[in-house]
Design a protein around this ligand. Structure first.
Ligand code: PEP
Ligand code: MG
Length: 757
């Protein structure tokens, strides 16, 4: 059954539209299971009714019309239990409810399977048999597998239905709840960014004009060829023979005339080019996989990459250019850092990502840009967003569409208050972050995500605690040369005017890969990432270290941080390479060590093993930085980018608090200063607890810094320590948060975490 199931899921996803998709679904299930009826109901979560969306075997005229209250009947029973229901005689079940004129009165056997998306029932598939029958355990297992694969998709259909339904068009306000990612409020016009589809999701569609379609295919082909040539040229000095061979293989594939002819033949038969490409590439993929040779099988990745490139060119030619609104809120299914980087910053007022969590790099970038953001909008689809103004409340995580005049007036008033508060906070930028009882914590900046923007306003930071170098590398189409890197780092070091700047060694892998140096790991966060890549590529590492050292020759305000250190031997290898780079720079610039003392080097503690070995690591370096984003990810085993598990991701988890405290204590026992560079430092609750741990500095985005300063100035170290002592006794992150919230209210600090406060 498995191949059939795969085929079915694929056909549903490739269907022309939602109605076709559901029609295919019920028809195919009816055939495969051999049942008299198969129907799909989806939940309208606003009216709390199930709507019959497709049926095979029951009254077709009821489709789109029949609505069943979500608490009634067998559907209601399944909805509440969130479990499948298998009956040999449905009418005997106490919850059975006869729906008039549907034609199910003759049905006896019943199998109802919920479609559960993000813990919520979004729809139910019902199979019925007129005669006696017991649906088998295999039927049940098949339906369960199918439902897990289609729940996400059906949830999208359910919401799209809502959009077109009458009650959606009556302009009553409605809202979605997401996670607050970047504090702030805005009112703006949604700009929907539709991501490029995966090739396998491209549907078959007829083409309107064959010769036009052929022309656009050939144009895409030429553009892809050019792109590959360019890539090979750019990479030739950087890549080894093996990697160069890969690009050459791509070029050969694309030049393969039989492949080109096959695609063109499909187009001549009337298929649109993306569909023709999908058909030919998936055929070829099958052939590759059928060959019993791992080398050939691995070539499917190259094939996929090539197809993706071609598809990009094909679809971008079809895409009409939309302009970004004057006060635009960028909305996407999953915002990427690249999408954010593309939009004009002066017009961007907010960011909404249906998926994603607070420590993804897109979230960090949104905060760096200082725009309010809400991510992880459960139950929303892109289609639902209106083209008129919406309200984004980055404090509560609310997004309000079609606001009425009262809601609008309320938020406009809050916006005014927020502006006034920002002015007040800006005024205190020269005041030190000193607690009421005189304890000082330095406040530093995290930069690198949107460099020019982040450095445009003076928020009174005492230096830079983290300069992420990845984005500077991402903006290039090849590795930046040593001279280019010197220019970039010199600019940052000079702009901070003698204040210390911690530049972090390139930390690629995970969710950050360079377009010209793709890393394809099955488990990217546990794979080839950060310092592991750099140690495997001393060529890249040494160039970066040398560039940093040379950029610092005049300014003298550089410190270097090493990301992702998990072993002492890794640190030792880094220190050896650092000595080598330093000696080379001394020789090249004809200086002696006394004239140019070696800049300080530290580690970023973000892997749990480093917490336990902090003393051995700290004694080898000059300072310790704690990256709470990754430390939380690795301690809690929660992928920081996966919204399915993002609810559990919280740096206030008592285990994370313990680990951070142990790291600070361990480093201090070795006499080394410690600062925090993860997002925990920007969270007023997190910052209060870190102050209590007597960390030397907190490093964060420029937008959060004024609030954190205000919080520190309004609390005493003694109070903060009391908060920490109790927080550490809590057993769950949610309890720590609740406790901190109550205490912030008591200490009259609640305004710092509220809109317009
Ligand atoms: C961290 O992990 O906390 C950190 C600062 O690094 P990044 O978010 O860039 O992984
Ligand atoms: Mg990190």
């Amino acid at each position: 059954m498995l191949p059939e199931l795969r085929q079915l899921v694929q056909s549903v996803k490739q269907a022309e539209d939602d109605a076709c998709a559901l029609a295919i679904l019920v028809e195919e299930i009816q055939r495969i299971i051999g049942t008299d009826t198969c129907s799909v109901f989806v939940l309208n979560y606003r009216t709390d009714h199930f709507i019959l969306m497709a049926t095979q075997g029951l009254a077709p005229e009821a489709v789109g019309q029949l609505q069943v209250p979500s608490e009634k009947g067998l559907l209601g029973y399944i909805y509440q239990k969130q479990e499948r229901l298998r009956l040999s005689h449905a009418k005997k079940h106490p919850a059975f409810l006869a729906v008039p004129d549907l034609g199910e009165d003759r049905c006896k056997a019943y199998l109802g399977v919920p479609l559960i998306h993000r813990r919520r029932v979004v729809g139910i598939i019902v199979l019925q048999q007129f005669g006696r029958r017991q649906f088998s355990k295999t039927d049940e297992a098949y339906m369960l597998t199918l439902s897990t694969q289609l729940a996400d998709y059906v949830s999208g259909i359910a919401l799209a239905h809502l959009l077109t339904s009458k009650e959606h068009q009556d302009n009553t306000p409605y809202y979605w709840q997401g996670a607050s990612i970047s504090l702030g409020l805005c009112i703006g016009t949604p700009f929907i960014k539709i991501p490029l589809k995966e090739l396998s999701e491209i549907p078959d569609r007829p083409c309107e004009d064959v010769s036009l379609e052929l022309r656009s295919f050939r144009k895409a082909l030429i553009a892809t060829q050019k792109e590959l040539k360019q890539l090979t040229k750019q990479m030739s000095s950087m890549l080894g023979e093996q990697e160069k061979g890969l690009f050459e293989a791509y070029e050969q594939m694309i030049m393969d005339q039989s492949l080109v002819h096959e695609i063109e033949n499909h187009i001549r038969d009337g298929l649109w080019a993306p569909g023709a490409l999908r058909r030919v590439i998936s055929g070829l993929r099958q052939q590759f996989l059928a060959v019993d040779d791992p080398y050939i099988q691995e070539r499917t990745c190259d094939l996929d990459d090539l197809a993706r490139r071609l598809l990009t060119h094909l679809l971008s030619a079809k895409k009409t250019l939309q302009s970004f609104p004057a006060k635009g809120i960028l909305v996407a299914n999953e915002i990427s850092a690249a999408m954010l980087a593309e939009v004009p910053r002066t017009q961007l007022v907010g960011v909404i990502s249906l998926k994603g969590s607070s420590t993804s790099h897109a979230a960090i970038l949104a905060r760096a840009l200082g725009v309010p953001a809400v991510f992880g909008l459960k139950s929303a689809t892109l289609e639902e967003f209106p083209s008129t103004e919406i309200i984004l409340d980055g404090y509560s995580g609310h997004v309000i569409a079609s606001p009425d005049e009262h809601i609008m007036a309320h938020y406009q008033n809050l916006l005014k208050l927020e502006k006034a508060q920002a002015k007040r906070l800006a005024k205190s930028r020269r005041e030190p972050a000193t607690t009421l009882d005189g304890h000082n914590t330095s406040l530093l900046l995290n930069i690198g995500m949107a460099l020019d923007w982040e450095m445009r306003k003076d928020v009174g930071a005492e230096g830079v605690g983290l300069y992420r170098t990845e984005v500077a590398f991402m903006l290039q189409d090849r590795f930046p040369s040593e001279d280019e890197q010197i220019r970039i780092y010199t600019q940052v070091l000079n702009r901070m005017k003698k204040k210390t700047v911690v530049i972090r060694v390139l930390d690629i892998g995970g969710d950050k890969s360079l377009p010209y140096f793709p890393i394809q790991d099955k488990n990217p966060y546990l794979g080839w990432r950060g310092i592991r890549v750099m140690l495997d590529h001393p060529d890249i590492f040494l160039v970066q270290l040398r560039a940093m050292l040379k950029a610092n020759l005049k300014s003298g305000n550089l410190k270097i941080a090493l990301p992702m250190i998990a072993h002492v031997f890794e640190l030792d290898q880094c220190l050896n390479l650092y000595s080598q780079a330093y000696q080379e720079v001394l020789e090249e610039s004809q200086m002696r060590a006394v004239e140019y003392p070696r800049p300080e080097m530290g580690i970023v503690v973000e892997v749990p093993s480093a917490v336990y070995q902090i003393r051995a690591l700290a004694k080898r370096v000059d300072f310790v930085s704690i990256g709470t984003n990754d430390l939380t990810q690795y301690l809690l085993a929660i992928d920081r980018n996966n919204e399915k598990v993002s609810e559990g991701f919280d740096s206030l988890h008592p285990a994370v608090l313990q680990a951070v405290r142990a790291t600070i204590d361990g480093a201090k026992a070795e006499g080394k200063p410690v600062h925090i560079c993860g997002e925990m430092a920007a969270d007023p609750f997190g910052a209060a607890l870190l102050v209590a741990m007597e960390v030397d500095a907190l490093s964060m985005n420029s937008n959060s810094l004024p609030r954190v300063r205000q919080m520190i100035r309004a609390i005493s170290l003694m109070e903060a320590k009391q908060l920490l002592a109790i927080a550490l006794l809590k057993e769950n992150a949610s309890e720590v948060r609740l406790y901190m919230q109550q205490q912030f209210e008591r200490l009259k600090l609640g305004a710092l975490i509220r809109a317009g406060g």
